[in-house]
Design a protein around this ligand. Sequence first.
Ligand code: IMP
Length: 417
Amino acid sequence: MNKAVIGLQWGDEGKGKIVDYLSEEFDLVVRYQGGNNAGHTVIVDNITYKLNLIPSGVIRGKVCYLGQGVVLDPKHFTKEYDQITKKINNPKVYLSSNISLILDYHKQLDKINESILNSEKKIGTTSKGIGPAYQDKVGRKSIKLYDLKSKKIIEEKISSIKKFYDPILERFNEDKINIEKTVQDLIGFYKLVKELIIDNSLIKKEFRGKKILFEGAQGALLDLDHGSYPFVTSSNTVSSNIVIGSALQVDYETVGIFKAYTTRVGNGPFPSELHNDIGNYIAEKGVEIGTVTKRKRRCGWLDLVSLKYSCQINRVNELCMTKADVLNNLSEIKVCKSYNSKEYEDVNFSESSILESLSLKDTDFEIFSSWGEIKDLSKFDRLPDNLKKYISYIEDYLNIPIKIISLGPERSQTIIR
Ligand code: IMP
């Protein structure tokens, strides 16, 4: 069966490592949304790979495919592909011809959008131009990969885009769009990726019979429609976007991935956030620094209320828990089980103002005793009893089994049940 790996929190759950781990059994690894706002660091055989766009399956020699729901920055892709070709022999990467491009003016607009918001309303985007690129897609202005075949089409499109955006760029003292340079850059880029582009009409045939692993980017709570709007990303991160974003009409099972605690980078509500030494300890021990923006991630206890919501909107079949080892030496570990004693059905997660009014004092906790150092990772039964209690409480609460437990960045630090 095909599988999807979906982040159930606010991103950074460790999808890269798990996709790399699982990819062995699959032929094809697919990204279907987002852009280089995502980021994984995967360590294999002491070599560190930093990937933002290309699925980590590429490291295992798997065929990787970026579907039409992805937004692609040519400058970024060029660098990432170059890095991969230096470390991996003959990487196999396909790009849907229907992908929308991120150009320089999208990054300028991302900056402008943030600059006009009051400080408490700023989204804290990754500044990669993601929102403005999706805005152009919805506004039917995108330059698509398939446009790059024709200089005339690029010129025509970029000329009308210039008419639309130059007044805004000028008003905010940003450089105006340079048609000649943009066209030249795009033609140069086309030469580089021409062989990687696959026409959408050929996708079904090319990938027929392949066993597919879908790699979600960001997390379900950052979903444009299901997340805490406006503190969300600009794509649908939930599993139901897979068929649209990949143009592959196939069935799949969903592995929901979550950290044993919660982190969030960027602004927006976070009821179980810890503004204290424990939060700082988790951030330091867990090296909670954004891969893309290098910003410190906000840290808090595991929030089962939002996790249950995420499992529901993603129709999760099985779970993977990462980074419980970060909590090893805390004297007690808490999980948030309700907000003001309310059942999860009562919380509206897509309206951020509701969640914003909640903080640690409004969350109800279950408390667990320390499990100390984890000495034996060889099998589940050998894990410390208190960690097993933690795991079984989460499984009971969510009514979904935790089948994968990741306790470190290396492949070998993974337990499958
Ligand atoms: P954007 O996706 O750059 O527009 O950023 C919108 C929000 O999503 C911000 O809060 C970002 O910090 C957050 N975000 C985007 N991509 C990721 C990710 O891969 N991990 C964690 N947060 C992300």
